[in-house]
Design a protein around this ligand. Structure first.
Ligand SMILES: [Zn+2]
Ligand SMILES: [Zn+2]
Length: 241
């Protein structure tokens, strides 16, 4: 049975289309008994993304709040199919956790071939830790090529629980991604992508999908506390999976 002990991809009101403070998000995570919360606001390429200085100053935050490990992070926007991101590496290297995503607000969809090329370039970037909602059918790609590249470069693949609500058609594509991760032994992170405190730790849809494909529990990075902490320690040391 799959369960989760952390939520590493969440947003705060630093992004104006999210509605809770960092402290509210952390309190919700603590109330759920999670071991860690990641704060990953949108990069400046999103119309209401945070400014660079927001991410730069995250290093001043405490390592633990409300008994939880606080993971500083960003959800960077993929700006082009060369793998360009909307935050520079000086800032990305100071963050604990970087998830990179395609968003229509930051880049126009351009077909399977270019979407795949973009992912392959992003996966090769040592400053990126995890692929955000790569099952979004708007940015359909060669999922097998992408998952194989994640194995090669030791990147995590996110199964984003919000996708089933806000990204139509994601159930089928996420199933494909999950099956490929299972086949190639690529670890996944289950995240809520919560934009308010009320959805922190809401991983139900992603767990249901993973269980439906018989996904191995040991490949869920945030499925067990020791595994999660080991992963976060490695990220802090600048290492991959
Ligand atoms: Zn996103
Ligand atoms: Zn997000």
């Amino acid at each position: 049975m799959i369960r989760t002990v952390a939520d590493l991809h969440t947003h705060t009101s630093v992004s104006q289309h999210a509605y809770s403070s960092l402290d509210e998000m952390a309190r919700s995570a603590a109330e759920l008994g999670l071991a860690a919360i990641g704060i990953t606001d949108h990069g400046p390429g999103m119309m209401d993304g945070a400014i660079r200085h927001h991410f730069y100053c995250m290093r001043g935050l405490p390592k633990a709040v409300h008994g939880l490990r606080l993971v500083t992070g960003a959800e960077v926007n993929i700006k082009d199919f060369e793998g360009g991101l909307d935050l520079d590496r000086d800032v990305l290297r100071q963050l604990d956790f970087v998830v990179a995503s395609y968003h229509v607000e930051a880049i126009d969809p351009a077909g399977l071939k270019l979407h795949t090329q973009g992912w392959l370039n992003v996966i090769a970037n040592p400053d990126v830790d995890c692929l955000g909602h790569c099952g979004n059918p708007v940015f359909a790609c060669d999922y097998e090529a992408v998952v194989k590249a994640c194995r090669e470069h030791k990147k995590a693949v996110e199964i984003n629980s919000s996708s089933f609500k806000v990204r139509p058609g994601s159930a089928e594509t996420c199933r494909t991604v999950a099956l490929l991760c299972k086949e190639y032994g690529v670890p996944v992170l289950i995240s809520s992508d919560a934009h308010s405190r009320y959805f922190v730790g809401d991983h139900e849809a992603a767990i249901r999908l993973l269980e439906s494909v018989g996904f191995p529990e040991e490949l869920v990075i945030n499925g067990e506390k020791g595994r999660l902490m080991n992963y976060l320690d490695r990220l802090e040391q600048g290492k991959a999976l």
